[in-house]
Design a protein around this ligand. Structure first.
Ligand code: PLP
Length: 277
């Protein structure tokens, strides 16, 4: 994209909510955001936002999609959506970028090869850390000219590293050995969700759990929630508290089925203890 271009993206996407406004500050782009449904934007609305350049309007430089979509419980973008939004974008000569930080989770959850998920779009990023267990690292994929430009920009931003072989080696192991076991994380997330659903004061939409993330609500006052989170922390269960009763829990390689059962016992005991206070 060029500076001054517009980028169409979902309102709760990581690029909007978790990157300190880098899209504007670093890329000099204007975000056009659309609230989606499980990460999926309405295609008519997307088309309505695409602009052609005139002497006074900015032009649309990119459409971004996120797969899996973190803020909607790690939901998997339907393959048809990826193909349709890409076709629409390409009709208007606009490229599509997939923030595929968790594309391997999407692949395992939908039994679709990553290659197929990525085929319709122009560029993809994915994380070697997170579910793939690397200590660090991420990949950017795209056509050669795009990657060449990205390397220049990376250098300009101070983003190159030396002696990265040790990290790359971990990345290779991640790709060879950790993808299949993502299914265990998904099974554990489902188990966690099913058990949470049985607890009074907890609301969870079990169907929202498609990959390795579990979002739920504790229906008690904010101060009780904070006490519950503190109790859990004191008892070895770390959760991501979003405020307003919303909690995110994520399963990964170091979380076993026994750990899920332990966490559930602690959550029940936290709620009971806080109510008794
Ligand atoms: C983690 C993540 C990224 C990349 O974040 P970094 O902190 O730069 O590694 C991008 N998109 C999503 C959805 C993510 O979860």
């Amino acid at each position: 994209i060029n500076r001054g271009n517009e980028v169409i993206l979902e309102a709760d996407s990581h690029i909007i909510t978790n990157e300190c406004g880098g899209l504007c500050v670093v890329a000099g782009a204007i975000p056009r955001i659309l609230p989606g449904e499980k990460g999926v934007m309405d295609l008519n609305k997307v088309e309505g936002l695409i602009r052609k350049q005139s002497f006074k309007t900015p032009s649309t430089g990119l459409i971004c999609i996120e797969n899996t979509h973190n803020k909607s419980s790690g939901s998997v973008l339907p393959m048809k959506y990826i193909t349709d939004i890409s076709a629409l974008a390409h009709e208007h000569d606009v490229p599509v970028h997939m923030d595929g930080a968790r594309i391997f989770n999407a692949s395992v959850a939908s039994s679709t090869p990553v290659k197929e998920i990525a085929a319709p779009v122009d560029s993809v990023t994915f994380c070697l850390s997170k579910g793939l267990c690397c200590p660090a690292g991420a990949m950017l994929l795209g056509r050669k000219a795009f990657i060449d430009e990205a390397r220049r920009n990376k250098k300009m931003l101070g983003g190159i590293m030396r002696q990265t072989g040790i990290l790359a080696a971990a990345g290779l192991i991640a790709l060879d050995e950790t993808v299949e076991r993502l299914q265990d994380d998904h099974n554990n997330a489902k188990l966690l969700a099913l058990k949470l659903a049985e607890i009074n004061d907890i609301f969870i939409d079990i169907n929202s759990v498609q990959s390795n993330m579990v979002y739920f609500k504790i229906n008690v006052s904010e101060s009780k929630c904070l006490n519950i989170i503190q109790y859990l922390k004191n008892n070895g269960v770390l959760v991501d508290y979003k405020g307003g009763g919303s909690v995110r829990m994520v399963t990964h390689k170091d979380i076993s089925e026994q750990d899920i059962n332990k966490a559930i016992r602690q959550i029940i005991s936290a709620i009971n203890t806080i109510h008794a206070m």
